[in-house]
Design a protein around this ligand. Structure first.
Ligand SMILES: [Zn+2]
Length: 395
């Protein structure tokens, strides 16, 4: 046990720094018109974003939480070829990070990714139990094998069902890692009242009420692992919930079953007071991470639609308010959205939502006791990801 503790302290946090000077290499490289187009079509979800940047004398100014000049990027006067910017580099070995969402297993109910449906009577099933963390994990290990078989290097962000990306239980995290998380969580706040309120909240956490912070700390850890791996693409593997969540965390079955995928972008101005948002605004603006995410996401939605026989989400018809409220449309089923895993990963990234796991027929296919990494539904989802990667990278 003492040895384990020692290892835990050795591998303590490398803080995310969010230094805007990371983008100095883009000085004098971009034109104002190209950047304005990217802000409009990929990144700016609402008008409030405009308070944090402006174009002045052929420079891009970024403003901090107090609207003071924080960073200045000099722009290039003449148009550059966009095609030249998004040419894929020649690579001998493609690296893909796979992130099976949530924990699953014994944590499923606590993390509210536990779809129990009552009353449901389809083919004599009276109740159906689907643990999203489990089916995400099965999909990831199935896909990992397929990718490695064709020479792709793969990182998994967690190693088992009911395991966090720290490899620690909730209780172990609370004991050994939470103060590191406090420092990191606070580092994005501007000095002031809100930071002090959050500091007090964090300091007063107990094992009884820190689970949602454990979930957040685990997401940061996943991001760190993925960024250290430097993948060509990161994929967060999820299943959607499309019905109404009851107070007890269970879902009333959804009549809908639809497919979709998210890529980076669609940042909301209200969060730009936090430094990480300004950092990732610049990253999405200046790198080709979004450009490289969209084509693979398009293939992925096509593959889900075909292999699972599930229709592509239609916001006019399906109940998916987050599309209008938080997303930017690119093509059928493909949207930018500023989720943690599409915002913080410093690489092209996709978050897949192949189906609604709380739809009764879909839950029949996914029902926990019948699911393994080789069950037909998991195989079809994994094949869809695999085909989209093969098409996207021309493997
Ligand atoms: Zn999920």
């Amino acid at each position: 046990m003492r040895y384990v503790v020692f290892i835990i302290f050795l591998t303590s946090y490398v803080f995310a720094s969010y230094k805007l000077s990371d983008f100095d290499k883009y000085q004098n490289q971009k034109t104002q018109s190209a950047l304005e187009e990217r802000i409009k079509s990929f990144i700016k979800k609402d008008e409030a974003v405009e308070s944090y940047y402006s174009f002045v004398d052929n420079q891009l100014h970024i403003y901090d939480a107090e609207f003071k000049l924080e960073y200045n990027l000099k722009l290039f006067a003449e148009a550059m070829s966009l095609a030249e910017e998004i040419q894929p580099p020649f690579k001998q070995k493609i690296k893909i990070a796979l992130d099976p969402g949530h924990f699953g297993g014994k944590y499923s109910k606590q993390e509210e990714r536990h779809f129990l449906q009552l009353p449901v009577e389809v083919n004599n099933y009276k109740k159906l139990l689907v643990k999203e963390g489990d089916i995400n994990f099965y999909t990831a290990i199935n896909l990992k094998k397929k990718l490695e078989a064709i020479g792709v290097e793969v990182l998994l962000t967690r190693g088992a069902i009911a395991q966090s990306s720290f490899g620690l239980s909730y209780e172990q995290w609370f004991k050994f890692k939470r103060t590191d998380y406090f420092r990191e969580a606070l580092s994005i706040y501007p000095e002031g009242k809100e930071k002090e309120i959050e500091r007090k909240r964090l300091e007063n956490l107990t094992i009884k009420n820190a689970f949602s912070d454990f979930v957040r700390a685990d997401l940061y850890e996943r991001v760190k692992k993925i960024n250290a791996f430097k993948p060509d693409l990161a994929i967060s593997i999820h299943f959607n919930s499309c019905g109404v969540k009851r107070r007890d965390g269970y879902y009333i079955p959804s009549k809908d079953n639809f497919t979709m995928a998210f890529v980076p972008g669609a940042l909301e101005g209200e969060y730009f007071k936090y430094k990480n948002y300004r950092y990732h605004f610049l990253r999405m603006l200046l790198t080709d991470h979004i450009d490289r995410s969209i084509p693979v996401a398009k293939y992925l939605v096509e593959e889900f639609n075909k292999n699972l026989n599930i229709e592509i989400v239609d916001p006019e018809k399906h109940i998916a308010p987050y599309i209008k409220n938080y997303s930017i449309y690119h093509s059928p089923g493909v949207y930018s959205r500023g989720l943690m895993m599409t915002r913080e990963i410093q690489a092209p990234s996709i978050l897949g939502e192949p189906s609604c796991a709380d739809n009764a027929e879909e839950a029949m296919e996914l029902e926990h006791s019948h699911v393994s990494e080789t069950s037909p539904r998991i195989e079809a989802v994994s094949t869809s990801y695999f085909n989209a990667i093969v098409r996207g990278f021309e493997l």
